[in-house]
Design a protein around this ligand. Structure first.
Ligand code: NAD
Length: 437
């Protein structure tokens, strides 16, 4: 056995602050409350339901992940957050329309007790929204300082031992790296000078990371991956991950595409379209926010198929992604994929996928897992980009010199091997020769 990494115990309360108390956040919070009370099971959560094989297949050692590594208990999580609307979590969950009122009513008091702190928000970055619960500040640095004060006050009031911050706010407009993102000094100057390249989400990221608090970006907009925030994370020891949770259509894409590639089946086109009627869908109806999402959704196939290595199979894939805002469906998204594939001697075939999914039902366990694993990473002294959490994201953060890993199965192996490494267990390579020698 290798030497295990020193991991501080998960003692005391874990404060989980969510930016944006919308459909995803309230489904996560209400879900954890319902599970704590024994009304429901944490389906979809790897930390709560997953197991991990240790040693040889003949050893029969497969403990639950949460028994294997020291994770915070669900009973020790305290939720809070910010939003531009004043609705408490009970009202917001009702508005989101994901969970049934019957379930929400059983946890009404606990949910209603979570009220949003005033948000840092600028309509420039999310055109379709406007709300009353906003902070005022003389510049972006001042707003960041107010967020830091919120985090510290929450930690104190709720007697939290540790904190995690997750951006689950609306998708902001598409932006690319600007000069103020290049170094911490430039970012801090940009905050004081109100540089327009610093979106609201980045102010939250800056506030959390400057406190050494783990930070995740559940949305696709540019965030903690910029060099300035990486420099800050290295300095304060904050682990970070993102971007854009892998749910719905992209989840299915990263399950199906590695299978086609494994069998060397060619793909000439992949047309994805879906209808969505929640507030997220409304925000994504704005072309500038959609562009952010489109970029995030489109990158996965390119990386999985590696057309530069397999030009005969994947060189000219026509990949189209559409999201249509269609209010009657609410959070219950319907996605259609038409995949034009070809096999032996180039003979064409087609594959059609019709996925009737529930967006926030797929997203909530990711938020929970990411919060718990980021807290573990922090206690294990891991800082900066946590590539082993790529499993959860559509556009995983990665070191600048490498390409991101999108194949869900490689991502899962990476995640589990990281846990084995932390505990000093042998990594599993699936070589398996020892059974036959
Ligand atoms: N549901 C999914 O499956 C899924 C998957 C991947 C990514 N996402 C992303 O997660 C995010 C949240 O999704 P959702 O369905 O909960 O959306 P939502 O519209 O229901 O909730 C977003 C909330 O964020 C708030 N908000 C916006 N800007 C804010 C700011 N600057 N500060 C504080 N609050 C702010 C909004 O008022 C809203 O209540 C979106 O960016 C979405 O694209 C969702």
């Amino acid at each position: 056995m290798a030497t295990p990494v020193d991991i501080a115990p998960a003692r005391g309360k874990l404060g989980v602050l969510l930016v944006g108390l919308g459909a995803v956040s309230t489904t996560t919070i209400a879900g954890v409350m319902a599970i704590r009370k024994g009304f429901a099971k944490p389906i979809g959560s790897l930390t709560q339901m997953g197991t991990i094989r240790l040693g040889k297949r003949t050893d029969n050692r497969s403990p639950g992940i949460r028994e294997f590594v020291p994770l915070a208990e669900l009973n020790d999580i305290v939720f809070g957050g910010w939003d531009i609307f004043n609705d408490n979590c009970y009202e917001a969950a009702k508005h989101a329309g994901v969970l049934e009122e019957k379930l929400l009513d059983q946890i009404k008091d606990e949910l209603a007790a979570i009220t949003p702190m005033p948000a840092v928000f600028d309509r420039h970055y999310v055109k379709r929204l406007d709300g009353p619960n906003l902070k005022k500040g003389k510049n972006k640095k001042d707003l960041a300082d107010q967020l830091v004060a919120d985090i510290r006050a929450f930690k104190k009031t709720h007697h939290c031992d540790r904190m995690v911050v997750i951006w689950a706010g609306s998708t902001e407009i598409f932006t690319t790296e600007a000069p103020c993102h290049k170094s911490l000094a430039a970012l801090e100057q940009g905050l004081v000078e109100n540089d327009p390249a610093i979106a609201s989400s980045m102010i939250y990221a800056y506030a959390a990371i400057s406190e050494g608090i783990p930070y995740a970006n559940a949305a696709p907009n540019l965030s903690a991956e910029v060099p300035a925030l990486q420099e800050l994370a290295a300095k304060t020891g904050a682990p970070v991950c993102g971007n854009d949770m892998k749910t719905g259509q992209t989840l299915i894409k990263t399950i199906v595409a590695p299978g086609l590639k494994a069998r060397m089946i060619g793909v000439s086109g992949w047309y994805s379209t879906n209808i969505l009627g929640n507030r997220d869908g409304e925000v994504l109806d704005d072309p500038e926010s959609f562009k952010t999402k489109e970029e995030s959704k489109k990158s996965a196939l390119d990386y999985i198929f590696q057309p530069h290595i397999y030009p005969d199979l994947y060189k000219d894939i026509s990949h189209v992604v559409r999201i249509n805002y269609y209010p009657p469906r609410g959070d219950n998204k319907e996605g259609w994929d038409n995949i034009d594939i070809f096999g032996w001697l180039g003979y064409p075939m087609q594959l059609k996928i019709n996925f009737l999914c529930r967006d926030s039902i797929l997203a909530a366990p990711i938020v929970l897992d990411v919060a718990l694993f980021l807290d573990l990473a922090k206690r294990a002294g891991m800082k900066g980009i946590q590539e082993w959490l790529s499993f959860y994201f559509k556009a995983p953060m990665h070191a600048p010199e490498i390409y991101p890993e999108h194949d869900l199965f490689i991502q899962l192996m990476k995640l589990k091997n990281t846990l084995r490494y932390l505990k000093g267990e042998e990594l599993i390579t699936h070589l398996g020769r020892e059974y036959y020698d």
